[in-house]
Structures are given as C-alpha cells and as structure tokens.
Write a protein that binds this ligand. Structure first.
Ligand code: PMP
Length: 445
C-alpha cells in the first residue's frame, strides 16, 4: 500500500520508558536496543505467527530478524508448538537423562558426521566457551586464535576483537575482562591465510585452537574465499592446534546439515574439511534455549564425567528444548525446504539490488541461500574491515524507513536478513516495494 501511513508505536514507547526503570537498558540483550540505528524505543512485540509478528500497538511486521536466526520455520510453527506443549504436559525438567536426548543427539550426528559425541547446553555462548576449555584441556595449551568481527558469544575469551592489524594481541571489547585473559587471544582478519600463518609462526607452541565461523554470519553473511578453510585447517593441524567451527548460526541454515557439510556452489570444497570441535545453537532449539558442542571422540572424552574438563548444566538437555529441536529438524528434513528459502531470498536479493540501482544507492548484497546481508557501500564485503567501512547512517535510515512500513530487520548494519519457511512470494514482493520507496526517500534527501 503506497499510501500507507508510517506505523506509530506509542505503546512501545511507553513500555520502553517502563522497561528502562527495571531492566538494564530496557532490553535483555543489547543487540535488541536501537542504539546502532539512532536510538529510541525498540519495538515491543507481543505475538508472532508464521512470517509475521505484531507489536504492542498491534502493528504487523514481516519478520526478517527471525530472532537472530533460530526462527527458521517462522513463529509458532504448529509441529514445534505441539512438541513443546507435549513436553510441558509431561514436566519440563527432571534432572535425569531422558531418551529424547539420545534421539536428538543421533539426529544431529547423522547430519554432522564430524560429531562423534555431543553435549547439550543452554546457549551458543556456553557451547563455544566449552569448546575452548576442551581444546585447552586436550592440547595442554592456553591461547586461541580467532578472526576479527566473528562473534562467538559473550564469554571472556571471545569478547576480544582487536584492531585491524594483521595479527594483534587482543584488546577486550568489554570492561571486566582482564588483560591477562585478553592476552590469551590472538585476532587475525578473516579470509587471510597469510595473517593466520604469521600468527601461528609467532605464538604457535601455545595455540590450543583456531576458532572460526566457517561461513560468517556476524559481519554480514560472508563466504570463506576458496581455499581459506583448507589453509586454516592444514595450518592449524601442522601446528598441533585444534580447529573449532562455531556453527551456532550456520548449522541447518543453508541445508540439512552444517557449513562443514555444505557443498555450496560458491565453495565446492567446504564439505571436505572437518573441524575437531563444533559449537551449535539457535536453529537446533526450534526457538527454545539451547546450545550444543561436539567433536572427535578422544577430544570429547576430556569432558566430565569421563575426563578432567568440567562442564555442567541444570537446564542442559531439558525435554522442552530437546523436543522443540527434534520437531524443528524434522520439519527442516522435508524435501524442498531449503530450495524454497533459497528461491525466496534470491528474489528478494534481485529486487533490493534493482531498487538500489534505480535510485543510485550503493548497495552490496551478500546472499548465501536463504540469508543475506545488505551493506551500504560500493565495494565487496569479504572481511570485517570492509564490513565496517560501510555507511551506518544510511543503514539506520533504511532500517527505520522499512520499519515504518512494517518490515522488521535487525537494528544493526552487521546483521543478516533471514528467510523463514513461512515467508511467501507476496511477502517478498511487499518487501521489495517497501525497499524501493525507502531508497527513493533516501535518494531525495
Ligand atoms: N556464536 C555465533 C556465531 C553467534 O552468532 C552467536 C549469537 N549470535 C553465539 C555464538 C552466541 O549464542 P547465544 O546468543 O545463544 O549465547
């Protein structure tokens, strides 16, 4: 509807005022705040169904946030909802093992064969944090190498991004992280095997693991350049370091499996490389809290009660999250699911690109199957420096113009748009038209 009035959100504004009194910053995760897009009240949602959610003022939005990834089936998918209800009726937590956990572990192992053994936890943060501990226990080494701009949750060691130099010792991204811990992390640029090689040459003896998002989801969607992951794995192995894939975003995102098993057109060799340890989360919980980690048997056997590396959890493997996860993977296993996400996202990509071109707006779109990222710049985005070197103000303007028209993106220029199985061709068309109007406004300013 081209004559549509911008949505107004008085109730979200009032709720934000109230939330600020009780919840720090008004939000339970800083990425939900609108700080990066000019501030003000975030949208308070009250209900979701399929590809839509409705805010506290009852405005409807087409959802491309997908809760930062997990909601790949859309909101309140009936099969997942039924599984959660069934689990709740049987009691949500026992503090004992259940058969469900075995079933789910089998499903995940079948889809990701590098996992000989898994352990379920409650978040991606926990999963990643523990892979590091296990890698340190197994290798007897202390340091890790990570890549600039890759996000691995909020545990101390990985909240270190460092500058854009080729290989720098970490500088904490957060207060409360001692330099003694930041000194255990070396950050190198993504897609730069030479920088990794140099870092390994310098600190090699003490590198327990090289940690990477094999396909990046945290500074836009960024593919590894051909050969990068092969180089990463062989350099790490030659150095006696483990390879940890953080597949919290990527697992079950592009196909029924992980990035490590994905024969994507752009990187035919991706599937040939197996990490030693893998961290999972998001989609595998079907919208309930979950994380998981796993890997080679002899490495995983470092974990208590078999080995000396301790990790535990009152809520870990709870029947509600596991049931939601099983139901979600069952739905994703249906034929054609991922091709449909791919087709819808391709259409969206084409429409966005055309709209931007027509209005003279420089826009780089990185799309991988059903997810894409939009970068306001006229250069490619293959590493964090390039992702930073984009127009944040233009993104903020675009974000707000889309929101006013009932299209919800993540409030950050670094986050992806996620297609869900609930999106329709009509949703995509409406979104393209909204973007076209947004670009027109931006071009006229
Ligand atoms: N790793 C990656 C790649 C992520 O994108 C995220 C969250 N966005 C995490 C880890 C942390 O997961 P969680 O928020 O569930 O702790």
């Amino acid at each position: 509807n081209p004559n549509q009035q911008p949505l107004s959100r008085p109730r979200s504004a009032a709720l934000y005022e109230e939330a600020l009194k009780h919840i720090v910053g008004g939000v339970n995760s800083p990425s939900r705040s609108f700080k990066a897009v000019g501030g003000g009240a975030p949208v308070f949602m009250q209900r979701g169904q399929g590809a839509y959610f409705w805010d506290a003022d009852n405005n409807r939005y087409i959802d491309y946030l997908a809760a930062y990834g997990p909601i790949i089936l859309g909101h309140a998918h009936p099969h997942v909802t039924a599984a959660i209800v069934r689990a709740a009726e049987n009691g949500t937590l026992y503090g004992t093992p259940t058969e469900l956990e075995i079933e789910f572990a089998r499903m995940i192992k079948e889809a990701i064969p590098s996992l000989d053994k898994v352990r379920f936890v409650n978040s991606g943060t926990e999963a990643v944090m523990t892979t590091i501990r296990v890698a340190r226990a197994y290798t007897g080494r202390n340091k890790i190498i990570k890549f600039a701009g890759c996000y691995h949750g909020h545990s101390d060691l990985v909240l270190v991004a460092a500058g854009s130099g080729p290989s720098t010792l970490g500088i904490p991204d957060s207060a409360g992280i001692p330099m003694s811990i930041a000194n255990e992390v070396i950050t190198v640029p993504f897609n730069n095997a030479e920088a990794l090689e140099a870092a390994l040459a310098h600190w090699g003896d003490d590198i327990a693991a090289v940690m990477v998002e094999p396909i990046v989801g945290n500074f836009g969607m960024v593919m590894p350049k051909p050969g990068f992951l092969e180089a990463l794995c062989s350099l790490a192995r030659a150095n006696g370091s483990l390879v940890i894939y953080d597949e919290v975003i990527t697992a079950f995102r592009f196909h029924y499996g992980a990035a490590q098993t994905f024969d994507g057109l752009e990187a035919p060799s991706l599937a040939a490389i197996e990490p030693d340890l893998t961290a999972l989360g998001k989609i595998i919980g079907g919208g309930l809290p979950i994380g998981a980690y796993g890997g080679r048997k002899e490495i995983m056997e470092q974990v208590a009660p078999l080995g000396p590396a301790y990790q535990a959890g009152t809520m870990a493997g709870n029947p509600a999250s596991i049931s939601a996860g099983i139901a979600c993977l069952q739905a994703l296993r249906e034929p054609g699911v991922y091709d449909r996400l791919d087709r819808l996202a391709a259409r969206l990509e084409a429409g966005l690109a055309q709209g931007a071109r027509e209005h003279g707006i420089a826009l780089t779109i990185n799309r991988i199957r059903g997810s894409l990222s939009t970068h306001f710049c006229d250069h490619p985005v293959t590493d964090y420096d390039q992702a930073q070197d984009t127009d944040g103000e233009q993104f903020a303007r675009f974000f707000r113009l889309m929101l006013e028209q009932g299209i919800c993106l993540a409030p950050s220029k670094y986050e992806a748009w996620f297609m869900t199985t609930a999106h329709t061709d009509e949703d995509i068309e409406v979104t393209i038209q909204a973007a076209e109007r947004a670009f027109a406004v931006m071009a006229s300013e």
